[in-house]
Design a protein around this ligand. Sequence first.
Ligand code: ATP
Ligand code: MG
Length: 476
Amino acid sequence: MEPGHVRSIRTCHRKLDTRKDFDRLNPKARNDAKPVLRIIPREQHTISRKNISKAALRVLYRLNEAGYNAYLVGGAVRDLLLGGHPKDFDVATNATPDEVKKLFRNCRLIGRRFRLAHVVYGDEIIEVATFRGTGEEEGDGDRHVVDGRIVRDNVWGTIEEDALRRDFRVNAMYYDVSDFSVRDYVGGVQDLHDRVLRLIGDPVTRYREDPVRMLRAARLAAKLDFRIDPAGVAPFAELGPLLSGVAPARLFDESLKMFLTGHGLKSFRMLEQCGLLKFIFPATARALKRGDKALRSLIERGLENTDARVSEGKSVTPAFLFAVLLWGEVRDLAHTWTTQGKDANESWARAATHVVAEQCQRVAIPRRFTITMEEIWSLQPRFEQIQRKKVFRLLTHPRFRAAFDFLLLRAAESPAMGELGQWWEHAQQLPHETLAAALPLHHAGTAIDVAEPVRSGTAPRKRKRRRKPAGKSGAT
Ligand code: ATP
Ligand code: MG
């Protein structure tokens, strides 16, 4: 937060019901989280209703009119205070899901153990959650591990409890549309000011409850340009292995948030720096550990290009991104097997299958993406086969565009690879006949041998590409 966004904080030392209640509700948080409510009135913060989606405002007003308390909460409040424009808006209320459903025709209830209401306006979904309790008072008997998290069946709570079960202090602020104030129960405003991510309560306990919080720390630090409190970083090495118990589908969603929302490169660097990369992308961490500079360049440029596309509002696909992250291991395995005398095509195919299978145990990449990844990889050796029929076949391959973008990222592997990329760049711009005339009927050694005639022959005339680019690449 820019200094001055919250110009001064009027502290309202309203104690929770009783100290005893607080202790009972959350014995761990008791030590760290301060049970002090601060109310920041409208004139002392910069949240304007202009920046809140109409749908979220309608939900808040409707709940208020019906006599319930309802607040904007979580990342949206945090991002609004930082001057950002949140994409998703979450609402917390004391109405139960059934009560919410009665108020909104466009509402559906989701979730098995903890039920949530989704209020739908066109393509916008406002998630409305009933204040959640910590459930500590009921002992451990009703706890379950779901998707790697320790969860409890529906336990409704107070707003104070709801604040304490959130992950970071900056994520536990509530915007009250009835008086436009911000309610801060755990010191989130201070952390925003200090640009730090601090867990609510004891980090080890909170990570054990839900190991994904470790990834969220890294992701949010990257997204917000915050540091993680040292006490929040310290347990990573010991607790990182708990990520293997998290549902791979959840880690897929989390990976998309890390890498495909505009701050992928920063997230990647943060994951590496925190030592978390190996727990979710073991093959990537292994390949990088072998000290491969070209691979690092490929990954960093791939992520950089993807971030640029996101910021320009262009589409991006997970397939390209995962192809980038796993390339090093696929390539090295394929090379090992080919040098052992195995058939090249078969080695590539087996390497791809092997690496994808291993990765999917951690991060469930849906099949439609793994198919594309395998195509992108298997087309790579074909770029080196400069022979008339093969070149034209490759140019019309549905995955040509993505595979070509991938080839460009490989420029750092060797000067020859860089030239190969340029050759294909020119080849696409040449009229069919010129390209055909420049190409040998049979394979003429390396691609680079035949690159020269194309570049120095008839000046490459710019003309429309012969065919529409196939598929989205995420990298151009
Ligand atoms: P983003 O900018 O990615 O949306 P976010 O903080 O809003 O960040 P969400 O996944 O949208 O992340 O979650 C909304 C809110 O729910 C968080 O701000 C936090 O208060 C709470 N929350 C989310 N995940 C967890 C978790 N694993 N443990 C505790 N609280 C969580
Ligand atoms: Mg959010």
